[in-house]
Design a protein around this ligand. Structure first.
Ligand code: PLP
Length: 310
């Protein structure tokens, strides 16, 4: 029997104080998903909610999913499996690597299979899951990153979490959301929850050819809410590409605001917001909710990667 999984905890909403925001008259509050749990951190628990409910409904005992050697999704899933006592299997991109994330996955009891690069590229092929379902018939398959409509629906509760805390900030309302997009699932969940009221800005941590726009459009298609979001190129040359300007912005912002960031998602999202504000694209008086989508565990593997991408 699949265990009962509690709903994700409420994330604090905190004001972000940075000189360039003040200068432009823009107010930002950060929804700190990085603080909801030491291990099941960021947007992952939210994205997993409906997938785990589907696993329970299907009578599964555990979950099988995919990701890379630094995957925040697999990390959160493995931690959830250990915490709530259900088995997890991870299908990994590439060949066996020793990263802090992979070490955690094993310590959390996730069973790992390395698919190579070609094998991993097959993950969207029609027959991909068949052999895995034969091998693990008691496990529920979850798409890469906990995506799809199920993943998006789990993020809708973020709207309530923000609205419950607005009065503590002294905000009557807010004008828009700003967050990093990897698959665009979290963004799509917010667009669905807003039902057209406020727009959602997604700073894409991946290049255009990763299909974020197509993915978001597919999730939103039945709702007719296609107009209420904007995708901004924020990948700076590719997923996980890190440059000095980005690292400088992260270091300065952390020192000035105390907000911890990592360079793959939240750092790139903040830099994209900086550039958007600097270009005068938001009028003075705009109030934005910036979603801190977590990912801080991935920082541990960053030192070695930084050398390979600089
Ligand atoms: C830390 C972090 N932020 C943002 C995202 C992007 O979320 P989504 O795939 O829902 O766009 C991810 C994962 O993809 C992530 O790990």
């Amino acid at each position: 029997m699949f265990p009962l999984i509690p709903t994700p905890p409420s994330a604090p909403l905190e004001r972000l104080h940075l000189p360039w925001l003040k200068h432009a008259g823009i107010e930002v509050a950060v929804l700190r998903l990085d603080l909801i749990d030491p291990l099941i951190s960021g947007n992952k628990w939210f994205k997993l909610t409906h997938h785990l409910a589907a696993a329970a409904e299907a009578g599964a005992e555990g979950v099988i999913s995919l990701g890379g050697a630094h995957s925040n999704h697999l990390h959160a899933l493995a931690a959830a499996g250990k915490r709530f006592a259900f088995p997890t299997v991870g299908l990994l991109r590439g060949h066996a690597l020793d990263t802090p994330t992979v070490n955690d996955l094993m310590a959390f009891g996730m069973q790992l299979h390395w698919l190579g690069y070609a094998g991993y590229r097959e993950r969207h092929a029609p027959g991909f899951w068949l052999p895995w379902q034969e091998r693990y018939p008691h496990l529920h398959p979850v798409a890469e990153g906990g995506g799809g409509l199920s993943g998006a629906l789990g993020c809708g509760v973020l709207l309530t979490q923000v609205q419950d805390q607005l009065s503590q900030l002294g905000w009557p309302d807010y004008h828009a959301w700003w967050l990093a997009a990897g698959t665009g699932t979290t963004l799509a969940g917010l667009v669905l929850a807003e039902k057209g009221t406020r727009p959602v800005y997604g700073a894409m941590a991946v290049p255009k050819d990763h299909g974020v726009a197509e993915n978001v459009a597919a999730i939103l298609a039945p709702s007719g809410l296609q107009q209420r979001y904007h995708l901004i190129n924020a990948s700076r040359g590719g997923f996980a590409k890190i440059d000095q300007h980005l690292l400088d912005l992260i270091a300065t912002s952390e020192a000035e605001s105390g907000l911890p960031l990592e360079p793959l998602y939240t750092g790139k999202a903040l830099l994209a917001l900086h550039d958007h504000v600097a270009a005068g694209l938001f009028p003075s008086g705009t109030r934005l909710v910036f979603v801190h989508t977590g990912g801080l565990q991935g920082r541990r593997g960053m030192e070695t990667r930084r050398h390979s991408v600089l």
